[in-house]
Design a protein around this ligand. Structure first.
Ligand SMILES: [Fe+2]
Ligand SMILES: [Fe+2]
Length: 164
């Protein structure tokens, strides 16, 4: 599967996330539904893009916002699957996402912390401005997806998925 984005998406943003978007394991997120109509891949792209946009506007670490935003739900399983005994999805999946991200990418500690805290207040307190942005944007995107509102990259076919 190839992921292409429209020309109006910032090249700066793409340069930060391209190696993740090219990863075959990461692309599997397109298999999973998230918040009704959206795929986990599209949700992750939106969280990444909006977090990056805010971070670069304020002069914060846009790379951490883009990368951790993209990886925050990097879990290659259906959220409806049975979990290990005693685990609760809201607390469990950020730990899986951090572990999977570490397996496939050179993850900075700040990125790992942002992934782990994205479900706050269900889970740890965000420790950086970028982690706070990702946690808030994740909730905003989930709300938009539940309401079937197309925001950011899900608008106007800005992202296309093609199968060779
Ligand atoms: Fe999540
Ligand atoms: Fe999410």
């Amino acid at each position: 599967m190839e992921i292409t984005v429209s020309d109006d998406i910032s090249a700066d943003f793409l340069s930060l996330v391209q190696c993740i978007l090219d990863n075959a394991e990461f692309k599997k997120l397109n298999r999973y539904r998230q918040h009704y109509q959206t795929t986990r891949l599209m949700h992750s792209l939106n969280v990444s893009y909006l977090s990056w946009y805010i971070a670069q506007k304020f002069g914060w670490d846009a790379s951490v916002a883009a990368r951790a935003g993209l990886l925050h739900d990097f879990c290659v399983y259906d959220f409806r699957d049975k979990l290990p005994k005693g685990q609760i999805q809201a607390f469990y999946h950020p730990r899986v996402a951090a572990k999977t991200s570490e397996e496939y990418f050179a993850l900075h500690e700040k990125e790992r912390q942002a992934i782990l805290s994205h479900m706050f207040p269900l889970g740890p307190l965000p420790k950086s401005r970028e982690a706070w942005v990702i946690s808030c944007i994740d909730k905003f995107c989930a709300f938009a997806e539940f309401c079937r509102l197309n925001v950011a990259l899900s608008r106007k076919n800005r992202v296309q998925f093609s199968y060779a």
